[in-house]
Design a protein. Structure first.
Length: 272
């Protein structure tokens, strides 16, 4: 974009001179029409006799425009969150699904956003819709459900490369909801139920119970080896079992044989 002060011609300079003269005659009232304030998150693209005044947008702060010859357009640089309406998509595995999403983008070049596209926000939204349909049309339903993050990154990269010349930077594209027909939901539920039943038949309860008994026996063997090294641990385990039984049955138990005699009995049985 060339400098706006080049090539305005003789008539242009006459108009600019008349504009300056008008400002001087009506000063200080004209100052209110000439001075404009641009906020921190905005930039102003100034047109001088139809030409963009410079390659860079003005702002933030105060800018000076001449009446009758200069016009300006403010561009918001904040991040825009735009909702993608539900799209009817015919997927690769002949499944019809409705997918909606959200696109987050911001304008990084105010001059390109004004000079290169008519409505930058509408163009970005329509491009995101088209890209969403094209990318998801090449995927199956299982791939869409399993790799949503990778698909969203692919859509974001495609939209970002296309909107670069518009001065738009796409930060993120996300798929919000996936809706499939009720008949397809029932068919998928029936398929999952049949697969689970097949796995259950291939692994009967007897085999599962036998594996549980084997694991329990291994754990008991390790516990007995530990208790054999510590006789006091066996007595503590015995007392803990008595406490548990008394708490559950709420009954009175009498033990005529003192527990410290078990050690001597065990030694006698071993010696004999």
């Amino acid at each position: 974009i060339a400098d706006g002060r080049e090539g305005i011609g003789v008539c242009g300079w006459i108009l600019v001179s008349l504009s300056f003269l008008l400002v001087l005659i009506t000063f200080p009232i004209s100052i209110w029409a000439c001075v404009k304030v641009v906020r921190e998150y905005e930039r102003a693209v100034v047109f001088h006799l139809g030409h963009i005044l410079s390659k860079k947008a003005k702002g933030p702060g105060m800018i000076l425009v001449l009446p009758c010859t200069d016009t300006f357009i403010k561009v918001d640089l904040r991040t825009v969150t735009c909702k993608i309406p539900p799209q009817e998509i015919f997927m690769r595995d002949a499944v019809t699904a409705q997918v909606d999403g959200v696109v987050h983008y911001r304008i990084h070049s105010a001059v390109s956003a004004v000079a290169n596209v008519t409505d930058v926000h509408s163009a970005t939204l329509h491009l995101a819709q088209t890209t969403l349909r094209n990318v998801l049309g090449t995927q199956s339903l299982a791939q869409l459900l399993a790799a949503r993050e990778e698909i969203a990154q692919s859509i974001q990269a495609t939209v970002d490369s296309a909107t670069e010349q518009w001065g738009v930077q796409v930060a993120r594209v996300e798929t919000k909801g996936i809706r499939i027909p009720v008949a397809m939901q029932r068919a998928m539920a029936a398929e999952a139920e049949a697969a689970q039943e097949t796995r259950a038949k291939a692994r009967p309860m007897a085999i599962m119970a036998a594996e549980g008994e084997m694991n329990a026996s291994k754990a008991l063997q390790k516990a007995s080896m530990v208790l054999a090294k510590s006789p006091a641990g066996l007595q503590l385990c015995y007392l803990q079992t008595l406490t548990t039984v008394a708490a559950q049955n709420n009954s009175t138990m009498v033990f005529p044989l003192p527990i410290h005699m078990y050690g001597s009995l065990r030694q006698k049985s071993t010696g004999g």
